[in-house]
Design a protein around this ligand. Sequence first.
Ligand code: FAQ
Length: 312
Amino acid sequence: MLALMDSFQATIDADGRIEPRDAMPEGYRKTLIRQIAQHAHSEIIGMQPEGNWISRTPSLRRKAILMAKVQDEAGHGLYLYAAAETLGVDRAELLDLLHAGKQKYSSIFNYPTLTWADIGAIGWLVDGAAIVNQVPLCRCSYGPYARAMVRVCKEESFHQRQGFEILHTLCNGTEAQKAMAQDALDRWWWPSLMMFGPPDASSTHSEQSMAWGIKRHSNDELRQRFVDMTVPQADVLGIRVPDDGLRYDEETGHYSFTQPDFTELYEVVKGNGPCNEQRLAHRVKAHEDGAWVREAAAAYAGKQAQKKASAA
Ligand code: FAQ
């Protein structure tokens, strides 16, 4: 066993990939299950805030685009549950844990989408933050997670552009439309910064996850990267990031900015955000309503297996 663990460490040290059949410490396996499951749950719960606008898009073109985007998020959830299953868990088990409130999903999806501009803000800011967080995960030390991330990131960058384009249209429309875009930025800016997790000093998992090559950058490094990328985009839109402390530092080449109120993040993660109850109740109902589909698929697979066995 010691030799097997030596080979795990040697692979990590050489920046190689750990594959499902390789030996791995139990802590590594558990950390990956926690993070990948949380990520998968975020993708499927993340369909709800945007799904809320599919029947109310301003045009047929916008409806087709939004439906495709929401469907992509479902696909991301599926790749991620499949990646988690390579670690020896079952997706049904992970969903039960989500429904029982024992596994988390991203805090960001507990905020409401009040106007059409919020759909633009989700694409621009939330998918934008997701890209900043997930591009380094394409180099994660666990092979199946890293490979899933490559395709996810390609799709997320398309999502980010569609969100930006919605806001660009609004910002070049009437005064009322531009005000709607500003209001969306005002409400989504701080929750987007919180998506990167607690500050490094309070992050429980970062140090170990970075040593194992699961995370490549700390929460604060990625938050900074997101601010540096996004502020010039807000300038292009002609709307203002709601932070009086925002300054560009010529010397460092980075923006200094006000940190979000992390007590709000902890409250939302604990279940006290504006939409936590609604999101989970909707998810549980969708799961229960879909039981007959799962049962039918299992019955069909059983019949096919029987047919194959009797033909052999
Ligand atoms: N929300 O020690 P750390 C998307 C928890 S996908 C909720 O720093 P870690 C696509 C954390 O789990 C968005 N909980 O943790 C899309 C831990 O609690 P635990 C999801 C949070 O894991 C777009 C505790 O706090 N992306 O947006 C949050 O090292 C549009 C201590 O934190 C991913 O999941 C939070 N924001 O770093 C879909 C990416 N932050 O488990 C639809 C992969 C922290 O000990 C529409 N995940 N916590 O009970 C990651 O990169 C990491 O897991 C972090 C957290 C960075 C999220």
